[in-house]
Write a protein of this length. Structure first.
Length: 366
C-alpha cells in the first residue's frame, strides 16, 4: 500500500524525480487524491478511483498552476461525483469525442448540400466557411444556444467593409463603410436552422438553437432591364439552339410570370381570342371538397408554397363533415368572408410555427 502524507506546497516543491519512472505521493485527507512526480520533473494532481470494477486514474491539474488547496477541493468535488455513480474519466473522454460545429458543418456540406442546386449549395458552403466556422468552429454542437445564434446574426446584419467599386486602386479609400445586410442574416439564419435540425436528427444535440431566430425585415429590390439590355437578350434568344427554353424566357419577359408558372402552363389556360392567360389560383372548393394548388415551381420559395397550402387546408376544416364552420358569408368581401379569411390566416400561422416555417410577410396580404 503506498505511503500517505498530507500534501502541501513544500512537499511538492521538495519532491525529487526518480530516474526511469514516475511515482505518486498520496494525500491523507482525500481518498485517492495524489500528486504524480514525473521523471522529467513535472508535477500534476491525480485521483485514483474504481468504477464498475475497473481501476481508474484521472489527471486534472498541473502544479504550480494549480495550488495544492485548489486541487484538493477539486478532488473532493470529483469524489462526490464518483460516490453518486458517475465516471468522470469516461465523461471527459465522451466530451473530447463529442462533435464540434466544424464536424457539423463538414457533415452538412457532405450530406445535405449535394441535394440542392449548385449555386445555392455553393453560397451556403461559402457562408458557413466565412461567417460561422471562424466563430463557432471549435465549440461543441451542444454548447450553441439561441443567444449565440442571435449574436452571430446581429454581427452579420451589421455588414462589413467592402472594396470600393469606384476607386479600387486608391489604397487610402479601398474599403467602403459597412452597410447593413439584413437579408444575408436571414439567409444564414435559415441555413443554421436547417443544419441544427439535421443535428437533432443525427443525435448530436437535443434541441435546435436556431429554430426561432429573429427574422429581419427585408426590403424588396427591383431591377429593370435597360433598353440595350433587352435588345441584347432578345438577340441572344434569337440565336439560342434550345428554342423551347428561349420561348419560355420570352414568355416570362412578356407576362412577368415566374419561370415555374410558364413551364407548368397548359394550353387550356390560354384564350387566344382575348389574348389572355388564366393561371389557376390556390383555393378550396367546398362543393367538391378539395384543395387546388398551383404548381410548386410557381412559388418563390418552398415556405411560400406550404404557407399557402396551410391557409387552404384551414379552409378545408370548415366542411360540414369536419368542423362545420359557417360565419354566414353571403358574398365576397362581407363580414362572414373576412372572418373566415382571418381564421385561415391564423390557422396557417399556427401550422407554419409548428413546422418551423417562416413565410415572407406581405403588406398586401390578409
Amino acid at each position: 500500500m503506498p505511503e500517505r502524507i498530507k500534501l502541501t506546497e513544500k512537499v511538492l516543491r521538495d519532491a525529487v524525480p526518480v530516474v526511469g519512472r514516475d511515482y505518486q505521493i498520496f494525500d491523507t485527507e482525500v481518498r485517492g487524491f495524489a500528486a504524480c512526480i514525473y521523471r522529467g520533473g513535472g508535477r500534476a494532481f491525480t485521483l485514483d478511483y474504481r468504477h464498475a470494477g475497473r481501476q481508474r486514474r484521472m489527471t486534472f491539474g498541473r502544479w504550480p498552476e494549480w495550488s495544492v488547496s485548489a486541487a484538493r477541493e477539486r478532488a473532493k468535488e470529483i469524489r462526490r461525483e464518483i460516490d453518486a455513480g458517475a465516471d468522470p474519466l469516461a465523461q471527459r473522454g465522451a466530451l473530447r469525442e463529442a462533435p464540434r460545429v466544424d464536424d457539423l458543418i463538414e457533415r452538412y456540406c457532405a450530406q445535405h448540400l449535394p441535394k440542392l442546386a449548385e449555386r445555392n449549395a455553393s453560397d451556403q458552403k461559402s457562408a458557413l466557411a466565412k461567417m460561422v466556422a471562424p466563430v463557432w468552429g471549435r465549440k461543441l454542437v451542444t454548447e450553441i444556444t439561441s443567444t449565440d445564434v442571435d449574436k452571430l446574426l446581429n454581427k452579420v446584419a451589421e455588414g462589413r467593409p467592402r472594396p470600393h467599386k469606384e476607386k479600387p486602386n486608391n489604397r487610402a479609400k479601398k474599403l467602403q463603410p459597412s452597410k447593413p445586410t439584413p437579408v444575408r442574416a436571414n439567409r444564414i439564419g435559415e441555413v443554421l436552422r436547417k443544419m441544427f435540425t439535421l443535428a437533432v436528427e443525427w443525435g448530436w444535440c437535443e434541441d435546435n438553437p436556431a429554430q426561432r431566430f429573429h427574422r429581419r425585415i427585408e426590403t424588396a429590390r427591383e431591377r429593370f432591364l435597360s433598353k440595350d439590355e433587352i435588345n441584347s437578350l432578345a438577340a441572344a434568344l434569337d440565336a439560342a439552339e434550345d428554342r423551347r427554353a428561349a420561348d419560355i424566357i420570352r414568355m416570362c419577359m412578356l407576362t412577368g410570370a415566374r419561370l415555374g408558372e410558364v413551364r407548368q402552363a397548359r394550353f387550356e389556360q390560354f384564350n387566344l381570342e382575348h389574348m389572355s392567360w388564366s393561371k389557376p389560383p390556390a383555393h378550396y372548393s367546398g362543393a367538391t371538397d378539395h384543395v387546388q394548388m398551383p404548381p410548386f415551381e410557381s412559388f418563390i420559395s418552398p415556405e411560400a408554397y406550404y404557407a399557402t397550402l396551410a391557409h387552404e387546408l384551414t379552409h378545408w376544416t370548415k366542411h360540414k363533415s369536419r368542423l362545420d364552420r359557417d360565419f354566414g358569408r353571403k358574398q365576397w368581401g362581407d363580414a362572414g368572408y373576412a372572418k373566415e379569411e382571418l381564421v385561415a390566416e391564423l390557422g396557417a400561422a399556427f401550422l407554419c410555427a409548428d413546422l418551423a416555417l417562416t413565410p415572407e410577410a406581405r403588406a398586401d396580404h390578409a
